[in-house]
Ligand binder design. Structure first.
Ligand code: 15L
Length: 268
């Protein structure tokens, strides 16, 4: 058992779809959770968890909330493409507050990064964890910034981070793109558990997708070091979803899908 396991774990974004699922799953595995979100927690509080309403813009509040924590699971912030001014506070300033709290506590950060940090890679490529950031919007840019922030805090302060570039974490895949990008809730919960308990992580990138046959886009990452392999697969949905494409040439060409097409003005 690592030191991190004996201390409470701060989960930001606890009231979001992934936060709620992680709160439930991690509490069931015996972790002591401190939940936070700008919105109220919509479920009954899991055993061993408490909740506090917290804006990621509130640096002092975050420092206080993280006191004594061994791990910060950072799932908070804007989670879709939005105008720059809306992304700035929660996703840029908020990340600084999270990393300052991690530095002060000597805590590990598990950052919910996204495929949208690399969304403008073409689907014909296979890219590794050291590929170029090619964000497909201000949201994806904030995720790339978060990964770089994590590297800064590792090299300067020894703060460990796992950057999980989540594909599409939903209860089920809903379109043809997700036959490649889908990450099941159960694979995500086991991944986050491994990120908490792994002895040493330094800084590592994980491609957050289940064992989908169509996932030819994402190659090498740090999963072996963390001790994680996905178990689920979107393949069983192929029959019903293979034809469910957007019809937009930009969305279909790039890994980020529809996010790439938002406000696209380059000429198709
Ligand atoms: C994300 O990063 C979003 O948070 C989520 O809503 C999905 O759009 C997902 O990416 C995706 O690319 O499917």
């Amino acid at each position: 058992m690592t030191d991190a396991m004996q201390k409470p774990i701060l989960l930001t974004g606890a009231s979001g779809n992934l936060g709620r699922m992680l709160a439930r799953e991690l509490a069931a595995r015996g972790f002591r959770l401190r939940l936070s979100d700008i919105s109220p927690f919509p479920d009954p509080l899991p055993a061993g968890a408490d909740f506090e309403k917290l804006d990621l813009n509130d640096g002092v509040g975050l420092l206080r909330r993280a006191e004594g924590c061994g791990v910060i699971l950072h799932f908070g912030g804007v989670s879709v493409e939005r105008p720059f001014e809306e992304v700035l506070g929660p996703n840029i300033r908020g990340l600084y507050h999270v990393y300052e709290a991690a530095r002060r506590e000597g805590a590990r950060v598990v950052f919910a990064s996204s495929n949208h940090s690399i969304g403008f890679h073409e689907r014909t490529e296979t890219i590794d964890d050291d590929c170029a950031f090619l964000p497909d919007g201000f949201y994806g840019l904030s995720k790339a910034y978060g990964e770089l922030m994590g590297r800064l805090y590792w090299h300067k302060h020894g703060v460990e981070s796992v950057f999980v570039r989540i594909g599409s974490a939903f209860p089920e895949p809903v379109d043809a793109r997700m036959l490649a990008t889908w990450l099941s809730f159960s694979d995500l919960a086991r991944l986050v558990e491994r990120c908490i308990v792994a002895e040493k992580v330094g800084t590592g990138v994980i491609w957050g997708a289940s064992a989908n046959e169509r996932m030819t886009w994402w190659g090498r990452d740090a999963r072996a070091a963390i001790g994680w392999e996905p178990r689920d697969s979107a393949d069983t949905f192929a029959g019903q979803l293979a034809g469910k494409v957007s019809g937009d040439p930009v969305a279909e060409r790039y890994m980020g899908g529809g996010f790439c097409a938002i406000g696209y003005s380059r000429g198709k």
